[in-house]
Design a protein around this ligand. Structure first.
Ligand code: GLP
Length: 259
């Protein structure tokens, strides 16, 4: 994992956006994996700016989102489909028909999950996957104990995740308890991962992900097995890292590193 500790949320968002943009520039028909949550909002804003001002072209790009709540339709205020439309897709020149978000209202989830995996494979696999991290160390909605080999599946959310997400709903009882998510195995198949985390609430899960053991108790720790993952953090999210000085040292000396 490459750990990049940034001076501000703005800086980490810009650097993470550059990493995604580089993939799209090198491969105009790239397949990008996307995440919801507040962490990637700055990254999405920067991608929209690059689309408008720097000619970053998304017209041939296909996207797959990580997850969606079960029981919530695309029109619902808190649906991840709506979140993506409002926070990214409407701000860039992506073809909306090429954007995929798991179906919150599928009749048959077993069939749906398999079809989602098949669609990702048919598109050629994910070139770059954007990720956030939950306060319990989840990626997508892969909660503690979820298999590190899992593919797209439904999951029962932990009470902690429901509490974290209550802020977006009127009350706790309105937060769905099930979700449909790409599996950890699906994420690990992406050619590149770009994870963003901000604020002191993420310091513990970030440290567990980077410096803890690989364990399904922190599904993000599986990224230690991925050979091209960049983690963009602000100082607060990096606050519990034991080797923070080493990660800074690596970045300072990167320009002269042997290729
Ligand atoms: C949800 C999403 C995750 C996201 C996490 C953190 O659980 N399913 O993909 O990473 O929230 O959200 P935030 O970035 O708002 O802290």
């Amino acid at each position: 994992m490459e750990v990049i500790i940034c001076g501000s949320y703005d800086e980490l968002s810009k650097l993470a956006a550059q990493a995604v943009a580089e993939v799209v520039r090198n491969k105009p028909n790239a397949v990008i994996g996307l995440a919801t949550g507040s962490s990637p909002l700055g990254l999405y804003k920067e991608l929209a700016r690059m689309n408008k001002e720097d000619g970053l072209d998304f017209s041939q790009v296909t996207s797959f989102n990580l997850d969606e709540y079960v029981g919530i339709g695309p029109e619902h205020e808190q649906s991840y489909r709506r979140f993506m439309n409002e926070n990214l897709f409407e701000g860039i020149n992506i073809d909306i028909a090429k954007t995929n978000v798991p179906d919150g209202l599928a009749d048959d989830y077993e069939g749906f999950c398999k079809a989602y995996e098949d669609k990702i494979a048919a598109a050629g696999g994910i070139d770059v996957q954007v990720l956030g991290i939950g306060s319990d160390g989840h990626i997508g909605f892969n909660e503690p104990g979820d298999s590190l080999a899992s593919r797209t599946h439904t999951v029962t959310l932990t009470e902690g995740t429901i509490d974290d997400n209550t802020r977006f709903f009127q009350k706790k009882e309105d937060v769905p308890i099930y979700a449909c998510t790409m599996g950890v195995g699906t994420v690990l198949d992406a050619r590149k991962c770009v994870l963003v985390a901000t604020g002191k609430g993420k310091a513990k899960p970030v440290a567990a992900m980077i410096e803890g053991p690989i364990t399904s108790m922190c599904t993000a720790s599986a990224l230690q097995m991925h050979n091209d993952t960049q983690v963009f953090l602000d100082e607060e999210a990096a606050g519990a890292l034991k080797f923070a000085d080493y990660y800074r040292w690596i970045q300072e000396n990167k320009p002269n590193a042997p290729k």
